[in-house]
Design a protein around this ligand. Structure first.
Ligand code: G16
Length: 544
């Protein structure tokens, strides 16, 4: 092994990280110095990490193994004292967050492109999380981006790769590399939050359960927790072997890519609960027997029932949701007298609210739910929370949903995604809509009167930051809402997301079909924005 060396490099100009770090095609990350530039830019923007601990892990997608070796050698050259890395390079995103917090690490690097496809032609991604275990705030990600545009050298140790296939310690120069069990600490945390006895009893009683790990990172976690610790039958976990290509699938737990378990759940004698998680284990999908639960409703049910789990027995300090998430959780907060916060899309915006203790639980329409136990959304946590609620209430998912709506009212909700559309057309659509905002306020439509129309901006009371341009909101006098925003996680063209919502109070029409309840709003959402005209698309690619 030779001493750390500095390698000259040239800046790249397209590294603007999106909602959740830098995501690009694998082929981009394979270009010389691309990953190195990002990692060095991160290190250059941090202070005081000499001798400190860094946590590194990823979802096992193609290029994970290669990227981890580069990061280890760069961490050593930059003066970190210790790196904790998951066995085989595997760590789920919530597990990284937990390891950072438990070990009081300086921060962590997560390798994942979340729910995006993997493999040589798929996507790769990287992000930095800080000492609280959460995604770096915009002040840091902006500084990293600025740095990546002028960087001209990075530091790396020229040494052999570290064998990550077994637990133990080794060294690169003065830096200790500790290979840790990917699952154990996380599983231990879950036992502190949930009633494992009640859930075990549920399984013993013949409760039908299916979890689709989608050949992504949660397979080993699910087998340990659901099967080994809670006694669910081994067949409960499907696609449980992580693979660099996700078994050729697309690890997005939605009704398109997790259709297998959706179809199973829709059978009259299907499992009582079907669930799935994504590439890096932070998202969740919840489907009861013949009863799909939208992520927004799931957040509301969890907020209303979390006290049934031991870790939340004292009640919740408050709740938060991202702006496009439906107002279902607002109804719970209002009825139960809890503070509710509305933040921009992106888990990082919950960080300060969780750190300050103002909220205990938060979630997003994009299938993310979580709590103050870590600083990331957490797919398996959400599934365990549902199992805990079902075990205590001894009702079916459908019964729980019906009683929830009867108590709090129902927010019919759908998200329409127009994927990989021309980026210029999508930008023009948003600009044109923004220009119309003043005249949309007070506008009468077949779906009701638009009470206010604005571009959402967020003021963070803790760090004083203001985040603008976070999506266009049309709020109707009758409680309906249409939101337009461009995705921050796609890697090709642009993805336009249109979020459509209608509220029915508890004495209103609670058992309509969602498409039927939202029909006039859907038509309006296309017309007002000229979706057809700007994108050339007459229908969305995915509806969730
Ligand atoms: C990431 C963020 C989430 C956010 C989502 C939005 O999710 O971590 O907080 O809700 O992006 O995605 P988009 O901008 O495409 O709507 P993930 O699971 O991809 O890391």
């Amino acid at each position: 092994m030779s001493a750390p060396c500095t390698i000259a490099t040239a800046p790249y100009d397209d590294q603007k990280p999106g909602t959740s770090g830098l995501r690009k095609r694998v082929t981009r990350f394979q270009e010389p110095n691309y990953l190195e530039n990002f990692v060095q830019s991160v290190f250059d923007c941090l202070e005081g990490y000499a001798g400190a601990t860094l946590v590194v892990g990823g979802d096992g997608r193609f290029h994970n193994d290669i990227a981890i070796q580069t990061i280890l050698k760069m961490a050593a050259a930059n003066g970190f004292g210790r790196v904790l890395v998951g066995e085989g390079g595997l760590l789920s995103t919530p597990a990284v967050s937990h390891l950072i917090r438990k070990n009081e690490a300086f921060g962590g690097i997560i390798l994942s492109a979340s729910h995006n496809p993997g493999g040589p032609d798929g996507d790769f991604g990287i992000k930095y999380n800080g000492a609280n275990g959460g995604p770096a705030p915009e002040s840091v990600t902006d500084a990293v981006y600025a740095r990546s545009r002028i960087i001209n050298a990075y530091k790396i140790v020229d040494t052999d790769d570290v064998d990550l296939s077994g637990l133990g310690k080794t060294k690169i120069g003065n830096m200790v590399v500790e290979i840790v069990d990917s699952v154990a600490d996380y599983a231990q945390l879950m036992t502190q939050l949930f009633d494992f006895e009640a859930i075990s009893a549920l399984f013993k009683g013949g409760f039908g359960f299916r979890f689709d790990a989608m050949h992504a990172v949660t397979g080993p976690y699910a087998k340990e927790i659901f099967v080994r610790q809670l006694g669910a039958p081994a067949r409960s976990v499907i696609n449980g072997e992580p693979s660099p290509t996700f078994g050729g699938g697309h690890p997005d737990p939605n009704l398109v890519h997790a259709k297998l378990i959706y179809d199973e759940a829709m059978m009259p004698d299907g499992p009582h609960l079907c669930a799935a998680s994504d590439g890096d284990g932070d998202r969740n999908l919840i489907i009861g027997r013949q009863c799909f639960v939208t992520p927004s409703d799931s957040l509301a049910v969890i907020a209303a029932n979390a006290h049934l789990a031991p870790g939340y027995a004292d009640g919740l300090a408050g709740v938060a949701r991202s702006m496009p998430t439906s107002g279902a959780v607002d109804q719970v907060a209002h009825a139960e007298g809890m503070p509710m916060f509305e933040t921009p899309t992106g888990w990082k915006f919950f960080g300060n609210l969780l750190d300050s203790g103002d909220i205990t639980i938060c979630g997003e329409e994009s299938a993310g739910t979580g709590s103050s136990h870590v600083r990331e959304k957490d797919g398996l946590w959400a599934v365990l929370m549902w199992l805990n609620i079902l075990a205590v209430r001894k009702q079916s998912v459908a019964e729980i949903m019906d009683s929830h709506w009867a108590k709090y009212g129902r927010n019919y909700y759908a998200r329409h995604d127009f994927e990989e559309v021309d980026a210029k057309g999508a930008g023009d659509l948003m600009n044109s809509l923004e220009a119309q905002l003043p005249k949309l306020s007070g506008h009468e439509t077949p779906a009701g009167t638009i009470q206010s129309a604005d571009m959402f901006a967020y003021y963070d009371q803790f760090d004083g930051s203001v985040t603008e341009g976070q999506g266009i909101r049309l709020l109707f006098a009758n409680g309906s809402r249409i939101v337009y925003r461009l995705s921050g996680t796609g890697t090709v063209g642009a993805t336009l997301r249109v979020y459509i919502e209608r509220y029915e109070a508890k004495d209103g029409a609670l058992d309509l079909k969602t498409e039927e309840a939202l029909a006039p709003l859907i038509v309006l959402s296309r017309e007002l924005a000229g979706i057809d005209r700007f994108t050339g698309r007459s229908a969305p690619d995915v509806i969730t």
